[in-house]
Design a protein around this ligand. Structure first.
Ligand code: ZN
Length: 641
């Protein structure tokens, strides 16, 4: 019996999900908030619709994402909902007419419907990022269908599974994660309202909020504490956001209902009590605290968020910016023993980037921007297979492993859902602004329309293949303001020119270079960020290390020997195979690298204009984001040269 329950616990943990769905950042959607951010902010976000990506790898990812998300028929995304309510459109109720979604969207999966929520967010984000009407139409048709289902269910409840799953959670009997799944819907409907102005979406989500209030208000404290042991994603963040939009304090009460004392209280005491907890159940609870601080100025929430972020980045994060082994925390003093085939759940990085966007608004701290860049390039950008647009669940760090991609029809994991969103919103953290000026945080080809100042900033760059970026100002009339150029911690001796004239740079790496002047139409800033090779070893084993070039983790190509079809894709015939994946790593795989620790540039030569490096013993290394469809080595067994 004991063994059996252990297995059950393991399976439950394995199937525990990642949270995602969009957030609201200070400065965004200002006309739509009854409760504004009152906490003091260093900088504010731009609305996503004010930033456009120009051709680049990021834009390529976005386009592939857009093709996949538009290819999924609306009636397929609504089918499980209609099935739950017993209402069907046309002949949909006949078993011949709708091709059912597989994987985590199967009709017998307790998380069904979560992808519909993610896509409500992703269509909204893609509409804001591109302005293309197709995404508005896709979102509108989903919302209309969901409103019909909600009306049929009768009491405001809306889901692809019966309310009995919520009752099981309240009773404390076994159920996967019903509030986690509802969170996707709450968040997706809120995003449809905020990004596409779909008022029906707001009506549907407030009815859902009313249902939740009526359902949870009568419960006693013991019941509350028991039910929130189960993963609930970021549903409390959504309730804070619904409170901000409507001003209705019942939704604030709901957000506070999900305050998880056992998890948040230690953070309030500045204690790292993460132990072996499920990483991505944890992060969204802190995101809710971040929103609480922004709306109420509760300094306790701010302090614990700040402590948690630094604890994560300083102790629980691998070189590519990802965290977790088999989805859980582990002793950071044993990091080198956790370089497994199951590290780096992508939803965790997705959520850490969300938390970073909040923290950056509060602090304007260059360290936050440094982390953001590292995780964005090394994890999120490389999550998507450039050949098929499919995405990976983990970022495995085991030497000789490879990325394992989803399938188009039979995966729909949490990381597929958060992936739909991630690749739709690259524009949201490139620039920030405040009364003094505009911050250029990322070197991604793009254009930002700073409406309040009447300025457009146009950024051209081939970074990271080249070390330069150029910004051109477009304005009808001269404007005096400051442009804050990020000075990344990985660079030194940065050179800046304005209209061809050198600007003296006194700042140090890990800060911002402020250029204040009266800007005229056509003014041009050019910045050069020298990139260097650096070795980063694990905290517990100086013989294990990874190489970085600027912010980029380099990985060694290790070929395809021993890979068995359908690798590198997940096998739909197996149950969540990413979690127990057998990589069939060849025994003779070389994982060693001869390196001059002080001067890694003596051991590695960049070849040509591409970011390809050759080690003296013959290994070929390139950016991890660029390694697909083959094995790789990220953390090497180092041999002193
Ligand atoms: Zn996930």
């Amino acid at each position: 019996m004991r063994n059996k329950s252990l297995i059950l616990i393991t399976i439950c943990a394995a199937l525990s999900t990642g949270l995602s769905a969009q957030s609201i950042y200070p400065g965004q959607h200002t006309g739509k908030m009854k409760k504004m951010t009152t906490a003091p902010m260093q900088v504010e976000s731009f609305d996503l619709k004010d930033v456009r990506l120009l051709p680049s790898r990021f834009r390529d990812n976005m386009m592939r994402d857009s093709i996949w998300m538009t290819s999924i028929a609306t009636n397929r995304l609504l089918h499980s909902f209609r099935n739950n309510a017993g209402v069907f459109a046309g002949r949909e109720g006949g078993y011949m007419t709708v091709k059912k979604l597989g994987g985590w969207e199967s009709l017998d999966c307790e998380l069904r419907g979560h992808t519909t929520g993610h896509l409500l967010s992703a269509y909204a984000l893609m509409y804001a990022s591109t302005g293309s009407e197709i995404f508005k139409l896709k979102g509108d048709s989903l919302v209309t269908g969901l409103a019909e289902v909600q009306a049929a269910l009768g009491n405001g409840y809306l889901s692809a599974y019966p309310e009995e799953l919520i009752n099981r959670n309240i009773r404390g009997t076994s159920v996967w994660a019903p509030w986690y799944t509802l969170h996707k819907l709450f968040s997706g409907l809120i995003d449809q309202y905020l990004y596409t102005d779909n008022k029906q979406a707001l009506e549907v989500v407030t009815r859902m909020g009313d249902w939740a209030y009526n359902k949870l208000k009568p419960l006693d404290e013991a019941t509350r504490k028991r039910m929130i042991q189960n993963e609930f994603g970021g549903v409390n963040e959504s309730f804070y956001n619904l409170y901000a939009i409507t001003g209705d304090e019942r939704y604030q009460w709901l957000a506070e209902f999900f305050y998880h004392n056992d998890v948040i209280d230690p953070l309030k005491e500045q204690r790292d009590d993460l132990g072996t907890k499920h990483t991505n159940t944890f992060i969204p609870k802190v995101l809710a605290e971040a929103r609480n601080y922004e709306l109420t100025q509760d300094n306790g929430s701010r302090k614990l968020t700040d402590f948690f972020w630094h604890t994560m980045i300083d102790h629980h994060t691998f070189a590519p910016g990802c965290s977790s082994d088999k989805e859980h925390y582990f002793d950071p003093q044993q990091l080198s023993k956790h370089l497994t085939g199951y590290t780096g759940e992508t939803c965790c990085t997705y959520n850490m980037l969300k938390l970073s966007r909040h923290l950056f608004c509060w602090t304007g701290d260059a360290k936050v921007a440094d982390y953001y860049e590292r995780a964005l390039y090394n994890h999120i950008l490389g999550q998507q297979d450039p050949e098929t647009g499919m995405v990976s669940y983990f970022l495995p760090l085991l030497s000789g492993s490879h990325k394992v991609y989803s399938t188009q029809e039979n995966s729909f994991w949490c990381c597929v859902g958060s992936g739909f969103e991630s690749h739709a919103k690259y524009g949201e953290a490139i620039y920030y602004h405040n009364d003094q000026g505009i911050y250029v945080n990322l070197f991604i080809p793009s254009e930002v329309n700073w409406r309040a100042k009447g300025i457009t900033l146009h950024q051209e760059t081939s970074f990271p293949a080249e070390e330069n970026t150029a910004l051109t100002i477009q304005t009808d009339k001269p404007v005096t303001t400051t442009i804050y150029l990020r000075y990344p911690s990985w660079s030194k001796n940065v050179k800046v020119n304005v209209n061809g004239k050198k600007v003296s740079v006194k700042q140090k790496p890990g800060s911002y270079i402020a250029v204040t002047r009266q800007w005229k139409d056509g003014d041009r800033i050019e910045a050069n960020y020298p990139m260097n090779l650096q070795l980063e070893t694990t905290p517990d084993n100086p013989q294990k290390g990874t190489l970085l070039y600027g912010p980029l983790v380099l990985a060694g190509e290790a070929g395809t020997e021993g890979m068995q079809a359908p690798a590198p894709f997940s096998d739909p015939a197996l149950y969540n195979d990413y979690y127990t994946y057998n990589y069939h790593i060849p025994a003779e795989l070389n994982t060693t690298l001869q390196i001059n620790r002080k001067h890694p540039e003596h051991s590695l030569q960049r070849t040509g204009k591409e970011l390809i490096f050759k080690a003296s013993q013959g290994n070929v290394l390139k950016p991890l984001y660029d390694l697909h469809h083959q094995r790789y080595v990220i953390y090497w067994d180092l041999i002193e040269k």
